[in-house]
Design a protein around this ligand. Structure first.
Ligand SMILES: NC(=O)c1ccc[n+]([C@@H]2O[C@H](COP(=O)([O-])OP(=O)(O)OC[C@H]3O[C@@H](n4cnc5c(N)ncnc54)[C@H](O)[C@@H]3O)[C@@H](O)[C@H]2O)c1
Ligand SMILES: [Zn+2]
Length: 683
């Protein structure tokens, strides 16, 4: 890098780091690796020390990187929530020890803890009961996210013990375990949603959700690592950790008291690889001076305590050759590129495949075939390509030509504006999509016909016996019995036989029969409409109550449902505009699948003012939820139907009613009443 004028470089780094902080804390996005971020911060720190006159007031070296949001009440912290000084070098850990001993003298104990890679949280317990949960925010003020915090199971709502003080603050790290992270991402992939990049960003995004029920579903957890109270209750940090554990908080048992810096370094070495056995992400070790009296003597900088330091492990990386790109087609037709590399040893396992997410990622990396690439393993199962070693680019490097047609069926791919993925539109004829959709339909959370798993549904699809869900319900004993296929694993050469014997066939047929009892929301989820995951399906089912009402809903009406956005609405509309889908739904209905929620709950009859009248309800209402309005009609003796016909007595029209409905009702001469007029009818 050419020698740059320090003032300009300071300004450049300040702006860049402030921007990256904003992305990281506000949007839960990492544009560069933590290591790169920390190297830039270090460079800035050193430049500012050499040229203090150029340091800006908003320098990221002087402040905690986060911010508060407008979505939650703001709370001022009783004790500021600071950051930690960090290093990637053992020599600097020894220097830290020297600085400490200069102040405290040689009698100093350290506590080593794992540095959990999540989001810091402050909890206040008043008379033993959880009263407040706040994010770090800008260090001085944070977001009050108490309702979300209450859903985290490892955070007790009450503390237990004789010595729990009247008010105490607990600090801890909220995180998302790997298995939860992977499960959620799998769900997202299935419904065509963008994947979450890592468990830390997923945690931070989850804590900021407005819907606590969704937070609860994401199964976050927390480890407690700090205790604050006035007056202080104990003499040392280790005593506080013991107390936290006694009172019922979740303290990771991995902490250790060390008598000197060599023992600290032993701890660091010990966990360097052992940390990969843990079910959660960690990115280093936190070293803290144990005695509170000594901590006080050491004090704080503007941004972090002088009595603690984080040693961070560099991510496990390796350099290897990119051999080719494989393009996988998923259930929704989304095409995802996977890097196939020359096998290389990384964090104890041989790696040869790495995720590349989408075409943008290939472009961002500037990747070419036969490049030497850097692969990183952060603890997630599938490693990532993080950079290209352009200086090692071989002569035979070839540009990557992203396919324009589907690798499985040759149909030209499409890419919707604003979306990262390419899609194969050949939904009905593209083998991986057909197979993927069927697998989704029979999956546990959908129709739960798991006796067709493990290659059986694949075989039925291949033989052309089942290529769409409704075909399942035409299967008979005679068609299934005796089917057989031997599969061979391409890599290991091992063979596996899929065979339909009597018992298997009986199980399959009874599971198919039983699936007719699966409730409407799960059937809706099973249909595999893009962006309609299990939760969205539940919301739609509750709101519209039956498939015909959902099918008839306009985009405006869909968006009016709480938590249904434009993207989901458009996808639902698109699904039902395809007559082939309508046909599938009709056939499933004929086979007796539950495509409605059944009768409305019977509300005590209130009058017979609406007796003999039929109603269609459409749009959004100010005084009723849609369910409540339908129940009210029933309670007054009226009948709610789903489609507009000549015989219909009234269309009750709310806001945002679809124009097509209005048109149809007008054309057929159906009476249209407003919410107000309806209220007059029953008053
Ligand atoms: N990649 C990016 O774009 C980007 C952007 C901004 C920040 N970052 C990363 O975030 C870091 C700055 O974040 P930070 O200020 O939260 O610092 P930090 O994450 O390095 O350290 C402080 C935090 O560690 C956590 N922690 C985990 N275990 C702990 C334990 N046992 N004891 C005490 N604390 C524990 C706490 O949440 C605490 O707030 C940067 O150094 C960088 O690595 C990355
Ligand atoms: Zn295809």
């Amino acid at each position: 890098m050419p020698e740059q004028n320090p003032q300009a470089r300071i300004l450049e780094l300040t702006n860049r780091l402030n921007y990256l902080n904003y992305q990281y804390y506000q949007n839960s996005v990492s544009e560069v690796s933590d290591y790169e971020f920390d190297q830039m911060l270090k460079e800035l720190q050193e430049l500012e020390e050499a040229h203090p006159q150029y340091r800006s007031d908003n320098s990221p070296t002087q402040r905690v990187g986060g911010t508060i949001t407008k979505n939650f009440p703001t709370v001022k912290h009783k004790y500021p929530m600071l950051s930690l000084g960090n290093t990637y070098s053992e020599a600097e850990v020894r220097e830290f020890d020297k600085r400490v001993r200069k102040v405290t003298g040689d009698e100093v104990e350290y506590v080593c803890e794992l540095k959990f890679d999540g989001v810091a949280l402050s909890l206040t317990y008043t008379n033993g009961a959880l009263s407040l949960g706040v994010t770090r925010g800008d260090g001085t003020r944070g977001d009050d996210i108490t309702p979300n915090v209450r859903t985290i199971r490892t955070i007790p709502l009450h503390l237990h013990g004789e010595d729990v003080p009247a008010e105490v603050e607990v600090r801890g790290e909220v995180f998302m375990p790997f298995n939860v992270f992977e499960e959620l991402n799998k769900e997202r992939e299935e419904i065509g949603e963008a994947l979450m990049a890592n468990p830390r960003n997923a945690t931070s995004g989850t804590l900021k959700l407005q819907d606590s029920k969704e937070v609860a579903r994401r199964r976050l957890s927390m480890f407690a690592y700090g205790l604050l109270s006035t007056p202080t209750l104990f003499d040392s940090h280790s005593q506080s950790l013991e107390a936290l554990q006694r009172w019922g908080l979740n303290v990771s048992p991995t902490w250790r008291v060390c008598q000197n810096i060599d023992q600290v370094l032993d701890f660091i070495h010990e966990w360097e690889t052992k940390r990969f056995e843990l079910p959660i992400a960690t990115d280093g070790i936190v070293v803290k001076v144990n005695s509170y009296a000594q901590q006080e003597e050491l004090g704080y900088t503007a941004k972090s305590p002088r009595w603690a330091m984080a040693y961070k492990y560099k991510a496990m990386e390796a350099v290897t050759e990119l051999l080719e790109i494989e393009y996988n087609v998923g259930r929704t037709g989304a095409v995802t590129p996977v890097a196939i590399m020359k096998p290389v040893l990384l964090a104890g396992t041989t790696v040869k495949r790495a995720s590349l997410h989408n075409a943008n990622e290939i472009e961002r990396l500037g990747l070419m075939l036969h490049d030497q690439v850097m692969v990183e393993k952060g603890g997630e199962i599938i490693p990532k390509v993080t950079a290209v070693k352009t200086e090692l680019r071989p002569e035979n490097a070839e540009p990557i030509v992203y396919p324009t047609t589907c690798p499985a069926c040759n149909t030209p791919l499409i890419r919707t504006e604003g979306e990262a993925n390419h899609y194969c539109p050949n939904e009905k004829g593209c083998p991986p999509q057909v197979k993927g959709k069927l697998e989704h339909f029979i999956s546990r959370k959908a129709m739960n016909i798991m006796s067709l798993g493990e290659g059986k549904i694949e075989l039925l699809a291949e033989r052309g016996l089942v290529t769409s869900p409704e075909h399942l319900y035409d299967l008979t004993y005679d068609t299934l019995f005796g089917l057989e296929k031997v599969y061979q694993d391409e890599e290991t050469g091992k063979t596996r036989t899929v065979k339909f014997q009597k018992k298997t066939v009986d199980n399959i047929l009874s599971a198919i029969e039983k699936s007719k009892e699966v409730p409407f929301d799960r059937v809706l989820f099973a249909l595999g409409i893009r962006f309609v995951g299990a939760t969205v399906a539940q919301k739609l089912a509750q709101h519209f109550r039956n498939i015909d009402a959902l099918r008839a809903a306009s985009e405006e009406e869909l968006i009016a449902v709480p938590e249904i956005g434009g993207r989901i609405a458009a996808s639902v509309r698109e699904y039902f505009q395809d007559l082939a889908h309508v046909h599938v739904v009709e056939r499933l209905k004929e086979h007796g699948l539950l495509l409605d929620l059944g009768e409305l709950e019977v509300v005590a009859p209130q009058s017979n003012k609406l007796e003999g009248l039929t109603f269609v309800v459409s749009g959004v209402f100010s005084g009723y939820s849609r369910d409540a309005l339908q129940e009210t009609i029933a309670a007054h003796g009226g009948k709610v139907v789903s489609s507009i016909s000549k015989k219909l007595s009234f269309l009750v029209a709310g806001d945002k009613m679809g124009p097509s409905k209005l048109e149809k009702a007008t054309a057929l001469g159906v009476k249209i009443v407003s919410e107000e007029e309806f209220n007059q009818m029953i008053s």
